[in-house]
Ligand binder design. Sequence first.
Ligand code: ATP
Ligand code: MG
Length: 431
Amino acid sequence: MEKIKAARGTKDILAGDSKIFQLIEDTAIAHFSQAAFDEIRTPIFEHTQLFSRAVGESSDIVNKEMYTFNDRSDRSITLRPEGTAGVVRAYVENALDRSAKPQRLWYRGPMFRYERPQTGRFRQFNQIGIEAFGLPAPYLDLEVIQLAYSFLKKLGLKDLTLYINSLGNEASRNQYQKDLLAFLEKHRDEVCEDCQRRIDQNPLRVLDCKVPEDQELYKNAPLIKDSFDEESLRVWEQVKDGLEALEINYVEDSNLVRGLDYYSHCVFEFKTEDKGLGQQSTVLAGGRYDKLVDQLGGSETPAVGWALGMERLAYLIEQNLSHEKTEKNHIYIICDDTIEALKLSSKLRLDLPSNFTVEFDFDSAKIGKQINKALKRTADYALFYLGDERESGTFKLKDFALEVEEIIGSYDELLTKFTSQANMTKGTLNV
Ligand code: ATP
Ligand code: MG
């Protein structure tokens, strides 16, 4: 029979990679709970209308990247291309705005976009994101940027640069749109097809174009700051002063506009210099969206958030990773009776901390082969539990690294031996 392959733009996350994904998620769970963020899990599919209204009819995502289909009752359904729209829908639908402000949420999970697959760009990919509701700029913006910064730092990533820009308030943006249009009309014939559409639908978005010639041209476009009113300028200065007080370095990029429609005031991205990700150098991106809750039927609520791409992050962690083992917590039982091995392994898995791995071989006949398998599996210990040991209630423990064997007098002693290991510190990655 012909083999069936994974769909284009999707991939299986196997052993080594899934360990890195687990590390990212474990770190996220601890990090966000420390900052009093609650996890929210929204559906993977939503009514199509949610995304056309939230992300914007003129955005690339809604125009050409969504997985949209009619279900059996002829409703238009879309696999979520991003997380914010669903979180805001849930926020409004569940009246979360009635709890004390600010409301802080985080999410994780797969997103779907019909894009050209390449390094760091898939059709199904995973994001982790946070959304914070209820306070206008600048302090909540500073908190979410600070949380992104410290999260990346906890994961050991150092070579990331924070780029920031401000889109100002609505009045400033409207003014800028006029100034920008005047510039774009003069260059309409020189820009790419996508940008020609953007000029008519949403001129600001041309600045997000990935075509190098277009990017070069837009360096001469009018600056958004030149259209700022007093409020927009004040907020922008407060954000920058705050980042300086928090000692978070940033680069101002006046052409950073982000690909989604709903942003205002501060927008930001963390980018890597690592060439391995090609054009896909943005790992984390976000901004303020003060109009979105209102746009989705809630009461006007200012909000700010970001999302990171787990595949891009996992790639960078992999580059940084030391493959040296830092924990000794993998036990391989050597036993001549499979039922006895099953019994002992299940007892140990209950009694030992969860960072221990307890394995055995189902082929109980050949002891020599079992030891070879333990080594192949890079176990730290062989725990001999053969007829003699079982009779006397003792164990023989071989430490592979130290090349020493010792007799352990009882099961309790065995537990003490493992749990008193000084090297049991959690949080490092063993791959
Ligand atoms: P890009 O400019 O790379 O297309 P974006 O502006 O479309 O990114 P967002 O919608 O802001 O991205 O998503 C936040 C993050 O999610 C991105 O910075 C990136 O790390 C990740 N991401 C976005 N699209 C993809 C994809 N198709 N495959 C893998 N990761 C992605
Ligand atoms: Mg994109």
